[in-house]
Design a protein around this ligand. Structure first.
Ligand code: ZN
Length: 90
């Protein structure tokens, strides 16, 4: 016997492995709605299913960062006055 909340929990687990399919009806006809909502530690993206009209929030957590460009003078300034709290060593 499955309660509704247990079923939903199983569907949420299933969705994490198949994020291109609606967690309720398995349709691939799903769409991200609006902008991502940022908080300090996580980002929410609202998604809807165009077939069964279910709505859910994809929750993202930051796992890594790659610095792509930066102001060189600021970096040189920081290297000359290293922050003792930083682990970075040259
Ligand atoms: Zn659906």
């Amino acid at each position: 016997m499955d309660t509704e909340s247990k079923w939903l929990e199983r569907r949420e687990d299933h969705y994490l492995k198949h994020p291109n399919n609606c967690p309720i009806c398995d349709s691939e006809n799903i769409d991200a709605v609006g902008m991502m909502q940022h908080s300090d530690v996580k980002v929410n993206q609202c998604v809807i299913c165009c077939d069964c009209r279910a709505e859910w929030g994809d929750v993202y957590t930051l796992t890594a960062v790659e610095i792509k460009s930066y102001p060189t003078d600021l970096v040189l300034g920081n290297l000359k006055n290293p922050n003792p709290n930083e682990t970075f060593k040259r």
